[in-house]
Design a protein around this ligand. Structure first.
Ligand SMILES: NC(=O)C1=CN([C@@H]2O[C@H](COP(=O)(O)OP(=O)(O)OC[C@H]3O[C@@H](n4cnc5c(N)ncnc54)[C@H](O)[C@@H]3O)[C@@H](O)[C@H]2O)C=CC1
Ligand SMILES: CC(C)CC(=O)C(=O)O
Ligand SMILES: [Mg+2]
Length: 345
């Protein structure tokens, strides 16, 4: 029986459209002849739309996106748009409105990939970053702006409901992995209110997962271990801000930000989940055909896995692994990498 999947595409800004084009190329190639067809709908959202109309994510677009099976996003953010307008008004609005409470960010050091680490060992962990709360909710404000007496607050919101559901998801992932180990990363020695909620929640939920070994690392020390002993991590669960920071370092130690994929997942499947590279719009290299599209391609694999197309996801990962192993020091354009991966799947 033929199956059809409907993907909303928000290519966005900077290198977003460049890497997304390669992701879609590989998506088409991997589904060719598979019995699954894909229909993609591009959404004109990002800096160009904002410049033209002043809009970031109007309700009509959000509702149209909601009707798809999944979303593929490139990146948003542009030097010509005030910082935060697109990041909050488009990207975070999508994550919050669609209740993407699990921000899934796998980190794996593929064979043959250069790492800045002296002794990496085997690196294969996943960060389960909370996606709808923390300091990113916009619970803040400023007074006396621009004066020497300015006061600016950005309050981190952590609800028992929100922490419990993401912690439970992280435990479920840990229990399904061979090592069955979960590390809570936080800063409960200082952030005692939020930190203790996270700690108590991990303790309580852990009782339902007796086969999972649990430990705790303060976020500052986690930065040490990610560099000195990343093999110690299997599943990391953490809040929205810490997870954002941890996963850029995780990318850097596993071959660079151009390889790091992510999923903004609604595990309850009441809304379409959204898949995107961990990186941003990289205005410093935009338009030069230099961006590595591998992160976007691996994000397509995460999307296929989420949609129940595990074989196709594995084929993409296998193609990426082979491509990375063969890369050496050759410099290839964005399209050359995409073409090679599309041919390989
Ligand atoms: N998910 C999203 O849409 C995100 C958007 N942003 C936005 O992107 C803009 C730029 O932010 P930055 O802090 O510079 O982060 P960035 O991730 O865009 O770039 C950081 C560094 O990584 C490099 N880089 C990024 N992606 C690459 C790729 N695929 N291949 C090779 N090199 C790559 C860039 O050239 C730059 O040197 C800002 O407007 C920011 O708010 C940042 C992070 C995530
Ligand atoms: C631009 C931020 C809202 C997002 C970000 O840096 C991320 O999700 O990694
Ligand atoms: Mg980030």
């Amino acid at each position: 029986m033929t199956r059809s999947i409907d993907v909303a595409v928000v290519a966005g800004d900077g290198i977003g459209p460049e890497v997304t084009a390669e992701g879609l190329k590989v998506l088409d190639a991997v589904l060719a002849g598979s019995g699954t067809t894909v229909r993609t709908t591009p959404f004109d959202l990002g800096a160009a739309r904002w410049h033209r109309t002043g809009e970031t994510l109007p309700d009509a677009d959000l509702e149209a996106i909601r009707g798809h099976d999944a979303i593929l996003l490139g990146a948003v953010g542009d030097p010509g748009v005030p910082s935060g307008v697109l990041e909050r008004g488009l990207l975070l609005k999508l994550r919050f409105a669609l209740d993407h409470y699990v921000n899934l960010r796998p980190s794996r050091l593929f064979p043959g990939v250069a790492t800045p680490l002296a002794a990496p060992g085997e690196v294969d962990f996943v960060v389960v970053r909370e996606g709808t709360e923390g300091p990113y909710v916009g619970n803040g404000g400023a007074i006396r702006v621009g004066t020497p007496h300015e006061v600016a607050n950005e309050v981190s919101v952590n609800t028992a409901f929100g922490v419990e559901r993401v912690v439970r998801d992280a435990f479920a992932r840990a229990t399904a992995r061979p090592r069955k180990q979960l590390t809570l990363v936080h800063k409960h020695n200082v952030l005692v209110h939020a930190g203790h909620l996270w700690r108590r929640t991990v303790e309580a939920v852990g009782a339902d997962f007796p086969d999972v070994t649990v430990d705790y690392v303060h976020v500052d020390a986690a930065m040490i271990y990610l560099v000195t002993n990343p093999s110690r991590f299997d599943v990391i669960v953490t809040d929205n801000l810490f997870g954002d920071i941890v996963t850029d370092l995780a990318a850097a130690i596993t071959g660079g930000i151009g390889l790091a994929a992510s999923g903004n997942v609604n595990p309850d499947r009441t809304t379409p989940s959204m898949f995107e590279p961990v990186h941003g719009s990289a205005p410093d290299i935009a338009g030069q055909g230099k961006a590595d599209p591998t992160a976007a391609v691996l994000s397509v694999a995460l999307m296929l896995e989420h949609l129940g197309l595990a074989d196709e996801a594995r084929r993409i990962e296998t193609a990426v692994a082979a491509d990375l192993a063969a890369r050496g020091t050759a410099v290839r354009s964005t399209a050359e990498v995409g073409d090679a991966l599309a041919a390989a799947v």
